[in-house]
Design a protein around this ligand. Structure first.
Ligand code: ZN
Ligand code: ZN
Length: 371
């Protein structure tokens, strides 16, 4: 969501330093162009359909949070970033049974090289340990990597970002982005992206539907960089907190959105609909005709990655992989057509497309004579 562009704008001249010393400060500008804004706003609208942020903000259904951090060799987040992350989550989430932050062993550069960020996230996600469908643990994933190592070199640097659709729980931090300031910017990038995961900023009261208007807020689209501090070996990135408006938004969200439609199955975020479920992992959507508790998390991940011949895979131009599968409860064939019809009216176009394009195959797969 956060599209920090590379434009640098000279911002201000110091007015408080003695001896007419000039303080140069620069602002990293992003999320400014209308196209990005309208795209972001659309994404937020689509995300509002299932309100995944409620699983983080409310302690009612999910009383615990498991944060898993994966990193490619050489991209380990600094300890201070993790301290600030914990503080931020503890201050803003209702998780009475605790917040666990786990840093996994590094992903080797060799493994990462032949991949790309979303595939790397999909492959490295473990989820909370011993997870079950009754586990009250919400889940959040962060991947730190360096975009220069991938075989398929991106044409532009990959900015810190989240992709709310199809999987809103994975944050991507490219350590090569603004690497000239070392890793001092990573904390600001990370907390900003987590703000998006928590559903900020929807409102037009103090934001534009994606970002906040308050320059002192974490959710402001720009990061303030002080050239003076940089050349004097201080941290050049201005420290920020959530503004009052954004804090209030987080506090009020559970009441505003109720329990939402999302539920966690380990690392899989699932939307339960009438007769079908939409299960997501990074870059993948599985349309599951069956009861949510019977969904096979491992099969989803392996199915869309390693053993893709197991499923009827559709690879979309935007890189999202979709597939479908039918639970034996539908094998008498009676209720499935209705469920498929329901999926054809799903709020997400990606789901409507599978249910429409694959309708015959889905229904045939459950006909008694086929079994
Ligand atoms: Zn942003
Ligand atoms: Zn704000």
């Amino acid at each position: 969501m956060s599209r920090f562009s590379a434009a640098i704008v000279r911002n201000a001249v110091a007015d408080h330093l003695p001896h007419a010393l000039v303080l140069l400060s620069f602002v990293l500008v992003g999320c400014r162009n209308p196209e990005t804004l309208s795209k972001g706003a659309t994404l937020h609208r689509e995300a509002q359909i299932w309100q995944p942020w409620v699983t983080y903000l409310s302690g009612e259904q999910y009383s615990r949070l498991h944060v898993e951090i994966d990193y490619v060799q050489g991209c380990k987040p600094r300890p201070q970033t993790l301290v600030e992350l914990r503080k931020f989550l503890q201050e803003n989430l209702d998780k009475p049974d605790g917040i666990v932050i786990v840093v996994d062993p590094p992903i080797t550069k060799v493994t990462a090289r032949a991949s790309h960020p979303r595939l790397l996230a999909l492959r490295s996600i473990d989820g909370p340990p011993n997870h079950s469908d009754t586990d009250p643990t919400a889940y959040l994933h962060v991947l730190f990597y360096d975009s220069t190592i991938f075989d398929e070199e991106p044409t532009t640097k990959l900015q810190p970002h989240v992709r709310l659709i199809p999987y809103p729980a994975s944050v991507y931090i490219d350590k090569d982005y603004w690497s000239f300031v070392g890793d001092k910017a990573e904390e600001g990038f990370l907390l900003h992206e987590i703000g998006h995961v928590l559903g900020l900023v929807h409102t037009l009261d103090h934001g534009d539907g994606v970002h906040c208007h308050d320059p002192s807020c974490i959710m402001y689209p720009n990061i303030r960089f002080s050239f003076w501090k940089w050349i004097t070996f201080q941290n050049p990135i201005a420290r920020r907190n959530l503004c009052e408006g954004c804090r209030t938004d987080l506090l009020r969200a559970p009441q505003k959105y109720g329990t939402g439609k999302s539920r966690w199955m380990g690392p899989v975020l699932m939307r339960v609909e009438d007769g079908y479920c939409v299960a997501s992992l990074p870059g993948t959507v599985m349309l599951w005709f069956g009861a949510p508790e019977k969904f096979d998390v491992q099969a989803h991940r392996d199915g869309v990655d390693v053993h893709s011949d197991l499923f009827d895979i559709i690879r979309h131009r935007n890189g999202v992989v979709t597939a479908w599968t039918v639970d034996p409860m539908y094998w008498d064939g009676k209720d499935l057509p209705k469920a498929v019809q329901n999926a054809q009216s799903d709020p997400w176009s990606i789901v409507r497309n599978i249910a429409s394009e694959k309708e015959d195959r889905i229904i045939e797969s459950a006909l008694p004579e086929r079994l």
